[in-house]
Design a protein around this ligand. Structure first.
Ligand code: UD1
Length: 364
C-alpha cells in the first residue's frame, strides 16, 4: 500500500511523527507499505514547523506546497490548488489527514474529488461550537472521510450518530500521546529556565492563540491581568504564538512575573509542561498532554472537543470569561486539584494500530 500523509500546522507534526515511526517499523518487518509526506506550508516559521521536524526526527517532506498565511478562504484555496496538482502527479492508495486545521480539510476535499480514499486521524471529535474554524474543518472532513481513526468512545458515538457505519470506524487511541511517551526521556530544559529562576512545580505555563481570546486586545488584557493577580507571584511562562504577538504588541503589557517567550520546540515545551504547577491554555492538544502527564490544566474556552480530558483527566473547562479563573487557582493552591486518569488506548501504541488497520484494509 502507498499512502500520502498530510502535515500543515504545528499540532499536526506530533501526530504525523507517530504514524511515520509505525510505518518505518512495519517496513523493517518486511511489510509492503510506503509513504509520501506532503507539507502544505500552513505553518512555515522555523519555530512553528522546522524545529519539530528536527526534534521528532520526521523526514524532510517530499514536497512543501508553501501555502502559509492569508485569510481562511485564501489559505484553503491555495492548498487545494497546489495539492490537486501534486496528487495528480503522485497518485496514491490513500490520503491520510490528521487533526482539524485548514490543511486537513483542504487536502481531504482534493483527494475525494480525485476519487482517492481518505483516512482521518482524530476523526469524530466535536466541540459543538460553529464559530471555531476547526469545528467546520472537522465536520467537512468527516463528511467525506472513508476511514476514521478515533481517539475516544465519544468520537465513535459522534460518528455513529451522524450515520457513519461501524466498519469505517477504528478506535485506535491518540497519536499525539504516542509522540509524548516516546520522547519523555529526551526532554530538554529550556535555556530560560535559570534566567527566570524556575523550579519544579512552582510556575505556570500559559498558551493562548484562539481568535476569540487573542484578537480583541482588551479581552486578552483582562485574561492576563486576572492570571497575574492570582498567580501569587509565581513565574508565568507564556510562549507566544505569532497570531497572539500581533495583539500583545499593541497592548504593551508588562509584569515582573510574566515571561513572554518565542514559540518553543517540542522537547523544551513538554519539559516545562511536565514540571509546571498548572497549565492555562485554549489549545485542545495540550489538554491531552497534561492529562497524560497528570498536570493540572484549565482551558479558557466555552467548549471542548476532547471531553475526556475533563471527565477523566486533569483539565477543567472554565470558559472565556476571566471571572472564573480566581476560584480555580484557589482550588489549585489549596492542593485540591483532581488527580485524573489516563483515557483508554492513550498508551503509545496508536501508530502501530493504525498501520495494522491499513494492512487489514488492503487485504480487504
Ligand atoms: C492554526 C490552526 C489551529 C491550530 C493552530 C496551532 C486552522 C484553522 N487553525 O491556527 O487549529 O490550533 O494552527 O498553532 O488551521 N504565522 C506565522 N508563522 C507561522 C505560522 C503562522 O507568522 O509559522 C502567522 C500566519 O501568517 C497568520 C497567523 O500566524 O497570520 C495565523 O496562522 P494560521 O495558520 O492561519 O492559523 P493559526 O492561528 O496558527
Amino acid at each position: 500500500m502507498h499512502v500520502t500523509l498530510i502535515a500543515g500546522a504545528r499540532p499536526n507534526f506530533m501526530k504525523i511523527a507517530s504514524i511515520i515511526n509505525a510505518i518505518k517499523e512495519a517496513q523493517s518487518e518486511g511489510k509492503d507499505i510506503t509513504y509520501r509526506l506532503v507539507h502544505t506550508g500552513q505553518h512555515y516559521d522555523a519555530n512553528m514547523s522546522g524545529q519539530f521536524f528536527d526534534q521528532l526526527n520526521i523526514p524532510k517532506p517530499d514536497v512543501d506546497l508553501g501555502c502559509g498565511g492569508g485569510s481562511h478562504a485564501e489559505q484553503t484555496a491555495n492548498i487545494m490548488l497546489k495539492f490537486e496538482k501534486d496528487l495528480i502527479e503522485h497518485p496514491t492508495d490513500l490520503v491520510i489527514v490528521v487533526g482539524d486545521v485548514n490543511s486537513t480539510m483542504a487536502c481531504s476535499i482534493v483527494a475525494k474529488k480525485l476519487h482517492t480514499k481518505v483516512a482521518h486521524v482524530e476523526g469524530g471529535i466535536r466541540s459543538g461550537d460553529w464559530t471555531m474554524p476547526e469545528e467546520i474543518n472537522r465536520i467537512v472532513t468527516d463528511s467525506i472521510t472513508d476511514y476514521f481513526f478515533t481517539t475516544s468512545e465519544t468520537a465513535n458515538q459522534n460518528l455513529l450518530k451522524s450515520g457513519i457505519s461501524t466498519d469505517q470506524i477504528f478506535f485506535v487511541g491518540n497519536t499525539m500521546i504516542d509522540t509524548l511517551l516516546r520522547n519523555l526521556d529526551r526532554l530538554q530544559k529550556p535555556e530560560f529556565w535559570d534566567k527566570h529562576s524556575l523550579e519544579d512545580g512552582a510556575y505556570f505555563v500559559m498558551t493562548l492563540h484562539r481568535p476569540n481570546n487573542v484578537d480583541e486586545g482588551q479581552h486578552l488584557k483582562r485574561l492576563l491581568d486576572t492570571v497575574i493577580e492570582k498567580s501569587r507571584d509565581l513565574p508565568v511562562i507564556f510562549p507566544v504564538h505569532p497570531r497572539t504577538m500581533t495583539s500583545l504588541k499593541e497592548l504593551g503589557i508588562s509584569y515582573p512575573n510574566l515571561h513572554m517567550v518565542d514559540p518553543m520546540g517540542y522537547l523544551e515545551f513538554i519539559y516545562i509542561v511536565k514540571n509546571a504547577k498548572m497549565v492555562i491554555t485554549d489549545s485542545g492538544g495540550i489538554t491531552e498532554e497534561t492529562t497524560v502527564l497528570g498536570v493540572p490544566c484549565i482551558t479558557l474556552r466555552n467548549s471542548t472537543e476532547r471531553p475526556e480530558t475533563v471527565e477523566i483527566g486533569t483539565n477543567e473547562l472554565l470558559g472565556t470569561d476571566p471571572s472564573a479563573i480566581p476560584a480555580a487557582l484557589d482550588t489549585l493552591f489549596d492542593g485540591k486539584w483532581k488527580k485524573g486518569q489516563i483515557p483508554e488506548k492513550w498508551d503509545g501504541k496508536t501508530g502501530d494500530r493504525i498501520v495494522k488497520c491499513l494492512s487489514a484494509l488492503e487485504r480487504g
